[in-house]
Design a protein around this ligand. Structure first.
Ligand code: ATP
Length: 214
């Protein structure tokens, strides 16, 4: 069965690092779709610079025209912390027990996994696919030992094995390294520099029209 991909994030704002991650992992693993799920009120960081509605709208602009990318508004609509384990439990109920699901994480997000609410349960719901990100090492010696123990028996190297199970495997995916982050973009705009070519033109237009991050 063709797996679906899930990419959660604050997307404050969405940028080419997110879009290449989704595109390259989708191609490497032959995913049918990638669902972008912007977070509601993030529980693990400062409040975002843009409102939830604005972050949704920027994702909507960024993925427009790509039939394999879908916007999932559920976490923003809930207006609560929207823990990933709860979102994926809900999704699992909707798509049924058989459909393979892949949670896409950049290396930084993956390394922070042990701080997430009920993180071990995620592996019962989904595969976890880790995309390389400049500045974050995936060497096992540098990982939290709880994380290392959890993933060691789950590591898979073949994309096809992810198609045969609904979840439970872990795989790393090399992608084009792009040292872009939303933090750098927000800081640049705050300092009067243009983020042009770090994110889609449509998102840049939206940021300028709504005077975000100044
Ligand atoms: P911020 O700088 O505000 O923390 P961010 O750029 O890291 O934001 P998020 O919305 O927090 O963006 O990230 C959502 C997901 O996308 C996370 O899994 C993160 O690791 C991944 N990601 C973001 N940027 C990149 C990138 N340049 N390369 C690989 N993965 C990325």
């Amino acid at each position: 069965m063709t797996p679906i991909g899930i990419l959660g994030g604050t997307f404050d704002p969405i940028h080419f690092g997110h879009l290449r991650l989704a595109e390259e992992v989708a191609q490497q693993l032959a995913l049918s779709v990638v669902r972008f799920i912007p977070s509601g009120k993030p529980w693990h960081r400062d409040p975002p610079g843009a409102t939830p509605e604005q972050r949704l709208e920027m994702v909507r602009w960024a993925i427009a025209g790509n039939p394999h990318f879908v916007l999932d508004e559920r976490e923003v609509r809930k207006n609560s912390p929207g823990y990933t384990v709860e979102t994926l439990t809900e999704l699992r109920r909707e798509i049924g027990g058989e459909q393979p699901m892949c949670l896409l994480l950049g290396a930084d997000a993956f390394l922070g996994l042990p701080t997430w609410h009920r993180w071990r349960e995620l592996f019962e719901l989904t595969h976890v696919v880790i995309a390389h990100r400049p500045g974050f090492s995936l060497l096992q010696e540098q990982m939290d030992c709880l994380l290392r123990e959890e993933i060691e028996p789950r590591m898979s190297t073949g994309a096809l094995s992810l198609h045969g199970l609904s979840g439970g495997l872990v795989m790393t995916c090399p992608i084009t390294p792009l040292a872009i982050s939303a933090t750098i973009i927000r800081a640049g705009i705050g300092a009067g520099r243009s983020p042009r070519y770090l994110l889609p033109e449509s998102v840049l237009d939206y940021i300028q029209t709504h005077q975000l991050y100044r």
